[in-house]
Design a protein around this ligand. Structure first.
Ligand SMILES: [Ca+2]
Length: 326
C-alpha cells in the first residue's frame, strides 16, 4: 500500500523536486499539497506550487495556507542577510507552464484537518518542508489530528549549524513558535535537517545522469539545479546544491535511506543570537524524554536513484500522453 502524505511546501527549487518525487514514486500517494509563506510570500509560492504540479501532472488538491508566521515578523529567503538562493519569484530559472488547476477553496490548515480526520487513524503522514505555520494552525484547529496522524517527517532544523543564521535553519527561523508547537506535540516527529540534507547534493555526475534522461522535464530539473547551484555557490560557498526537501519525501518512501538517531529537540524561541535554533540533545543532558528521530546519514546513491526514477517515470507518462494526443 502506498503511503498517503500531505506535502506542505513553499517552492522553492528543492520543494519543486520534492513535489516531483512524491508524485513520481509509486510508494507515495500524494493526497494534497498545501502552501505556506516561506522562501517567498504566499502568492508567489502558491503560484509556484501550482506551476510545478502542472509541470509534473500531479492532479491533487492544492490549498493556500498561512500568509504570515504565528508570532514573529515575516522573513523570506529573499530577505536573508546572507543572500537569496531561490530568487525573486521563489523559483527562478527555467520557464514553467501556467497552472491548469483551481485552488482548493479551503485554507491549508482546514484541508489538513479534513483529510486527516476523514482518513483512518495512522493513515496520513504529514511532510512539511517549509515553515511549520500550517501544521501548528491545523493542530490548534483540531487537536485530535495529533493522535491520528501516522507521523510528521519534516525538513527543517540542524543540530550543528544553521543557514538563515549561524544557529537557525531557514524553515524553523521563519516561524520558530510554530516549530516549537510541532516538536513538542505528542506525535512522532522526524527531523530531516541540514546535517542530513547537505549530503543530498547534486554533483556534476548526478546532473549528467538527469540530463541523459533526455526529456523536457529532465531539462527543467537540470535548469533548476543549475540556477540553485549557482546561488548556493555564491551565497553559501557550497560547490553543489543540496536538495533539502526531497530528503523528507525519500524518508517516507524508504526509511532506510536516512539513518536516524533518537534525541530531545527543543526550538529556541527567546535567544538573542539563537532564535530558531533546534537544540538537539542526543545524550539526554536536559533529562527530557526523547521526542524526535533526527536524521544523520543519507544513502546518497539510493536517494538519487529515487529522484532519477521519478523523473524517468513522469517523463514516460508525458511522452505516452503526447503521443496519444497527436
Ligand atoms: Ca521548502
Amino acid at each position: 500500500m502506498p503511503r498517503k502524505i500531505i506535502l506542505d511546501v513553499d517552492p522553492g527549487h528543492d520543494d519543486a523536486i520534492a513535489i516531483l518525487l512524491a508524485h513520481g514514486n509509486p510508494e507515495i500517494d500524494l493526497v494534497a499539497v498545501t502552501t505556506v509563506a516561506g522562501n517567498q510570500i504566499l502568492p508567489k509560492v502558491t503560484y509556484n506550487a501550482m506551476r510545478v504540479a502542472t509541470l509534473v501532472g500531479a492532479d491533487v488538491p492544492i490549498a493556500r495556507g498561512a500568509e504570515f508566521p504565528l508570532v514573529r515578523k515575516q522573513t523570506t529567503d529573499g530577505e536573508l542577510t546572507v543572500g537569496s538562493v531561490h530568487g525573486t519569484s521563489g523559483l527562478d530559472g527555467p520557464a514553467l507552464p501556467e497552472p491548469t488547476m483551481e485552488l482548493d477553496p479551503r485554507p491549508a490548515a482546514q484541508l489538513i484537518v479534513d483529510t486527516v480526520m476523514a482518513a483512518e487513524p495512522q493513515e496520513i503522514t504529514l511532510v512539511p518542508v517549509g515553515p511549520l505555520t500550517n501544521i501548528a494552525l491545523a493542530m490548534r484547529l483540531e487537536p485530535k489530528i495529533i493522535g491520528r496522524v501516522r507521523e510528521v517527517v519534516l525538513m527543517g532544523g540542524a543540530y550543528t549549524q544553521g543557514n538563515a543564521t549561524p544557529a537557525a535553519e531557514f524553515n524553523i527561523y521563519a516561524d520558530p513558535e510554530a516549530a516549537s508547537a510541532v516538536f513538542s506535540a505528542d506525535w512522532q516527529v522526524t527531523m530531516v535537517g541540514l546535517d542530513l540534507t547537505h549530503q543530498a547534493v547534486a554533483t556534476p555526475e548526478i546532473k549528467e545522469r538527469i540530463r541523459a534522461i533526455g526529456s523536457p522535464l529532465a531539462q527543467t530539473v537540470v535548469a533548476w539545479l543549475d540556477y540553485f547551484g549557482g546561488t548556493y555557490d555564491s551565497v553559501y560557498k557550497l560547490p553543489h546544491p543540496p536538495i533539502h526537501d526531497a530528503c523528507a519525501v525519500a524518508r517516507v518512501i524508504n526509511p532506510d535511506i536516512l539513518h536516524v538517531e533518537d534525541a530531545f529537540v527543543a526550538v529556541e524561541t527567546r535567544g538573542q543570537w539563537t532564535y530558531g535554533d533546534t537544540v538537539t540533545d542526543f545524550l539526554g543532558a536536559f533529562g527530557e524524554p526523547f521526542n524526535t528521530l533526527v536524521a544523520t546519514k543519507l544513502d546518497f546513491d539510493a536517494f538519487w536513484n529515487l529522484i532519477i526514477d521519478a523523473i524517468t517515470t513522469i517523463s514516460a507518462q508525458q511522452s505516452q500522453l503526447s503521443s496519444v494526443q497527436s
